[in-house]
Design a protein around this ligand. Structure first.
Ligand SMILES: Nc1ncnc2c1ncn2[C@@H]1O[C@H](COP(=O)(O)OP(=O)(O)OP(=O)(O)O)[C@@H](O)[C@H]1O
Ligand SMILES: [Mg+2]
Length: 234
């Protein structure tokens, strides 16, 4: 049973992305996704990150069209980015402010919240990811896993309708990897697109997309798509 809204739809129609004259990074991709947990797998350079970055308007399609939660990322990128949270592998590129509390609070700037409401949301989010005791710690002194939790808290505090996570567990040990994955996958309030080379993580999704050479080879039930990908890669 999911709680994500009826407008939690990602729709790509004949989308291609060409950065240069060589082979396109994404090649004629059409797909409609309504599942809550969307896994994205494929070899290095297959187009996964390009797909992820398209979804909040950071990259524009060279041709074709897309809509994300009812919005056109090209024309309505600014509005869309307020509803979308991004989590990368390396939290160092995401942690901005000196302390843990300040970093999470920074995400709420410009959202018109009362100070007391913002403070309460920050506290609740830190509690949720288990970072309350480190609230006043200098962000740069956190371990890699703690920094990734901080990056996640800074995303979740905005209550995004869609979270896009590009290899969020790549630098983490198995314990932190599981904690981050659980926060991303077991939250019915957001739809999540998770790019990963970890097939156990992909298997926990509701649907898996397999990219190869910029083409969407298969989109379907996780076990079926993962098995096909692993047969190809063997
Ligand atoms: N900004 C860019 N400028 C030029 N080429 C790019 C750019 N971004 C990606 N590419 C190219 O597009 C292709 C797809 O890259 P992308 O980053 O989407 O792959 P990926 O599937 O995320 O790979 P990985 O698993 O290594 O992260 C690659 O050939 C890459 O070199
Ligand atoms: Mg990538």
């Amino acid at each position: 049973m999911t709680e994500v809204g009826a407008d939690a739809v990602i729709h790509l129609k004949e989308v291609s992305v060409a950065f240069n004259a060589e082979r396109p990074a994404l090649d004629d991709v059409s797909v409609e996704l309504t599942e809550q947990r969307i896994g994205v797998i494929g070899a290095n350079g297959s187009g996964k990150s390009t797909f992820a970055r398209l979804l909040n308007g950071l990259i524009r399609p060279t041709s074709g069209s897309l809509r994300v939660h009812g919005r056109d990322p090209v024309r309505e990128g600014k509005e869309l980015r307020r509803m979308v949270g991004f989590v990368f592998s390396n939290p160092d590129v995401q942690v901005i402010m000196p302390t843990v509390v300040e970093d999470v609070a920074f995400s709420l700037r410009g959202r018109g919240l009362q100070r007391s409401e913002a403070d309460a949301r920050v506290a609740a989010t830190l509690d949720r990811v288990g970072l309350t005791a480190l609230g006043d710690a200098a962000a740069h002194t956190l371990s890699g896993g703690q920094k990734q939790l901080l990056a996640l808290a800074s995303v979740l505090v905005t209550r995004p309708a869609l979270v896009i996570a590009d290899e969020p567990t790549a630098l983490l040990d198995s314990v932190n990897s599981r904690i981050i994955s659980n926060h991303l996958l077991d939250d019915a309030h957001h739809q999540v697109v998770i790019v990963t080379h970890d097939m156990r993580l992909a298997a926990r999704c509701d649907v898996v997309l397999w990219f190869d050479g910029g083409r969407l080879i298969e989109a379907g039930a996780p076990r079926t798509v993962i098995d096909a990908y692993e047969r190809m890669s063997a």
